[in-house]
Design a protein around this ligand. Structure first.
Ligand code: BG6
Length: 492
């Protein structure tokens, strides 16, 4: 992981669909920051490709506004001036096959010699297949004189069948080793830290199993609502948008076996075993809900059945995890933006202090705070001073802001772009991983459709923590959602 580029050859970063939001909000601010930190190769250029009739100057101005807005703390005029000299714009209609040879020639002219090329597919998802096909036809995937890699944004398919279809089109032009399927959660510093926390320490791993763990919870809560993304979101819903990718990836990092080494395939093999070991999820172990007012949002179907929230209970049938419940939840328009993994441990076998759960006994918990308040907190019991037997629940906290205060946490896209440039796909999804995660999600989607009463669509108040049914899902077996990643437990 975290490879550095060592290749002295010039690099072209070609953003296909560069007029969209992603380029301005995420990609170019990330590239600007890596340039500022001198992490990019010495000779690189960024070429934006889109159908709008823009000049280089206009394109650069838009990107400058994007960096100023989305990376305000690191914007410097002088650095921007040096960075923007490397930016160009090529107008092309990516839905027209005859435009690709022209694009190829324009790139070859700019490069004026051998160069590596990183394509970034930031177009509408409908264009992923034709764009891959045409890049192949135009000879733009051939690795002569330099490598050719392609980053594909999510959504990667709509279900298993469409994901497989997309892979077939991608593979018609690019070998799997050339393909980098992005899941920006894997680029988050705190998500990368999960494997380090587990496997660079001796403390946690011996208790990281069914003997000591009562349950594990993954929460990705958002305060934002559907906003202006109804066109995409109303067809996708929360399972496709968040679970198939981000939540299952976090779950895999928290539960996979140690890889033999940090090689991308070794890591992805272990993740795959987790996806393959997830027992089919009973519809009665799913909760789906829509926030009040969702159907009135512009672009949303007035009778939409799309869930904006879901909670799942699942089991991983391996020796390590057999019988341990995993609870996953995510939703929009919730009370807080916070993503975390909570490991709740079993109570001690014998509690000599005469405290049961009823009397307020709190089991040990480890909170991995993905965002915000990034950090790790261990919650445990301690004797209250000056008392005979009273205990108090206390937190031992590591917080990134505190410990690494001199450094700002990089944006997920910075690490992902650098790794793709360095040829390290360990933080990207492999085709079989994507397919296996769709195999977990598809039966729930079809089950909800075929048998809606088995898990009725509920509603929840905006600004709440979701429907009561999600609490009941855990309460049935005496569990409860635990929140530890607050400013109190991880003080900034
Ligand atoms: C995206 C989803 O993948 O992740 C969005 O499409 C969601 O709906 C976003 O808002 C959340 O990402 P982050 O980094 O803000 O937690």
């Amino acid at each position: 992981m975290n490879a550095q580029h060592t290749d002295p050859q010039p690099l072209s970063i070609v953003i296909l669909g560069a007029s969209g939001d992603l380029t301005q909000r995420k990609l170019v601010p990330a590239l600007y920051n890596t340039f500022r930190k001198q992490q990019l190769p010495d000779t690189f250029r960024i070429v934006g490709v889109a159908r709008r009739d823009w000049t280089d100057a206009y394109f650069k101005d838009r990107l400058r506004d994007g960096v100023k807005e989305h990376s305000a703390d690191s914007f410097e005029e002088e650095t921007w001036a040096a960075f923007s000299e490397r930016i160009g714009y090529v107008r092309a209609h990516l839905d027209r096959p005859d435009e690709y040879p022209r694009l190829r020639d324009a790139l070859t002219d700019m490069e004026d010699g051998p160069a590596n090329r990183l394509y970034y597919l930031a177009t509408a998802p409908e264009l992923y297949e034709p764009a891959c096909e045409q890049l192949g036809r135009a000879g733009m995937a051939v690795e002569e004189g330099g490598w050719r890699r392609i980053i594909i944004e999510k959504p990667y398919g709509h279900d298993l069948a469409s994901a497989m279809h997309l892979t077939a089109s991608v593979h018609a032009s690019f070998r799997e080793e050339q393909v980098y399927r992005i899941d920006h959660y894997l680029g988050k510093e705190t998500a990368q830290n999960i494997l380090f926390l587990r496997f660079a320490n001796t403390l946690f791993e011996p208790v990281w199993n069914r003997r000591y763990v009562a349950n594990i919870q993954v929460t990705v809560a958002e305060t934002v609502d559907v906003g202006d993304r109804a066109g995409y979101y109303d067809k996708a819903g929360v399972l496709r948008d968040m679970f198939q990718n981000h939540l299952l990836q976090l779950l895999a990092l928290a539960t996979m076996e140690p890889p033999a080494c940090l090689d991308a395939d070794a890591i992805r093999n272990e993740k795959n075993k987790i996806f393959q070991s997830i027992r089919p999820i009973a519809l009665s172990d799913t909760v789906r809900a829509q926030y009040e007012g969702y159907r009135a949002s512009p672009g949303v179907d007035a009778n939409s059945q799309t869930p904006t929230y879901a909670a799942l209970k699942l089991f991983i049938d391996t020796w390590r995890w057999k019988g341990v419940p995993f609870y996953l939840r995510s939703g929009k328009a919730l009370a807080e933006k916070s993503s975390s993994i909570t490991v709740q441990f079993q109570p001690p076998p014998d509690i000599m202090f005469n405290l049961g759960e009823q009397a307020g006994f709190t089991p040990n918990m480890l909170f991995i705070c993905i965002q915000p308040n990034e950090g790790v907190t261990l919650r445990f019991e301690t004797k209250e001073p000056d008392s005979a037997h009273s205990t108090r629940t206390v937190d031992m906290a590591f917080n990134y802001g505190h410990t690494f205060s001199h450094r700002r946490l990089p944006e997920a896209y910075e690490r992902l772009l650098l790794n793709a440039i360095a040829g390290d796909p360990s933080l990207f999804a492999r085709n079989d991983g994507i397919e296996n995660s769709w195999r977990v999600i598809d039966p729930i989607l079809s089950g909800w459709e075929a048998n809606p009463d088995a898990s009725p669509l509920r509603t929840y108040r905006q600004g709440s923590w979701g429907p009561n049914a999600a609490d009941d899902l855990l309460a049935r077996v005496g569990h409860a959602w635990r929140r530890g990643c607050t400013e109190d437990s991880c003080p900034v």
